[in-house]
Design a protein around this ligand. Structure first.
Ligand code: ATP
Ligand code: MG
Length: 238
């Protein structure tokens, strides 16, 4: 990574523990991490290593016990609940393993719910175009395949034009081919649309398509690998 790259987010010495006494677990034990503007970052690590805890902290879904997360000169760890909700709504897109779509709403309605339709009226159509699912906008989640549902959830994540798209196991619930299509989609967001995307995954091979790979273990970052020549998502296999 060239030194002059702009830092989008700067996490410093994050700590988060669960439980007390003998059963106390440090889910985050002093994590510091810079996220660069326009990068594709993969976070790897075994189950329980703290990946989701870190992602949730970065996205303002959950507050660390200690540490700071600077974005645009502001420390989101210092915000109150309301401020944090507001930050999250405006700046962060989330993509979950389980899609988290509302069954009673169409794809379009699911996306419109989080979109700032007042300020950018065309945004819903635009994000469906980006994820290649315009023809299914009026379908309900139950009428869509897993991959299509994940596309809707990516569209929803993009609908507020977030600084940062955080994806927790975005391919976890999908079959191989569909999962791969989703990775191609996420890669395109970074390479063609200049978005910053963080992908949490168990699948080591997925790291090959990213600019940097973070390895976590027991709540710590144990390794950061820079990928000078990321492999295209369509070419990786696992
Ligand atoms: N709400 C919670 N209450 C208690 N312990 C928790 C909670 N959330 C996470 N933990 C614990 O914190 C540690 C880190 O959890 P985390 O979910 O961040 O791991 P992960 O790397 O995302 O794992 P996985 O790959 O299985 O999703 C684990 O030991 C987990 O049991
Ligand atoms: Mg997790």
């Amino acid at each position: 990574m060239e030194a002059e790259r702009k830092i989008l987010m700067e996490a410093c010495d994050l700590w988060k523990s669960y439980g007390k006494g003998d059963v106390k677990i440090d889910a985050l034990a002093g994590v510091s991490l810079d996220i660069y503007d326009g990068e594709l970052l993969t976070i790897l690590g075994s189950s329980g290593s703290g990946k989701s805890t870190l992602l949730n902290a970065l996205g303002g879904m959950d507050k660390p016990d200690k540490g700071s997360i600077l974005i645009g000169g502001k420390d989101i760890c210092k915000l109150n609940d309301r401020g944090l909700t507001d930050f999250r709504r405006k700046n962060i897109g989330f993509v979950f393993q389980s899609f988290n779509l509302i069954a009673e709403l169409t794809a379009k309605e699911n996306v419109a719910l989080t979109a700032d339709v007042v300020h950018s009226p065309g945004i819903v159509d635009e994000v469906f175009e980006i994820v290649g699912l315009k023809e299914k906008m009026n379908s309900y989640p139950s009428q869509l395949s897993g991959g299509q549902q994940q596309r809707v959830s990516i569209a929803r994540g993009l609908a507020k034009d977030p600084e940062l798209l955080l994806c927790d196991e975005p391919t976890g619930a999908l079959d191989y081919e569909t999962g791969k299509q989703i990775l191609v989609e996420l890669e395109r967001l970074v390479r063609e649309h200049g978005k910053t995307v963080v992908i949490v995954t168990h699948t080591q091979e997925i790291g090959k398509m990213s600019d940097r790979i973070i390895k976590m273990r027991n709540g710590r970052i144990t390794r950061i690998t820079v990928n000078e020549k990321p492999v295209s998502a369509s070419e990786i296999e696992w």
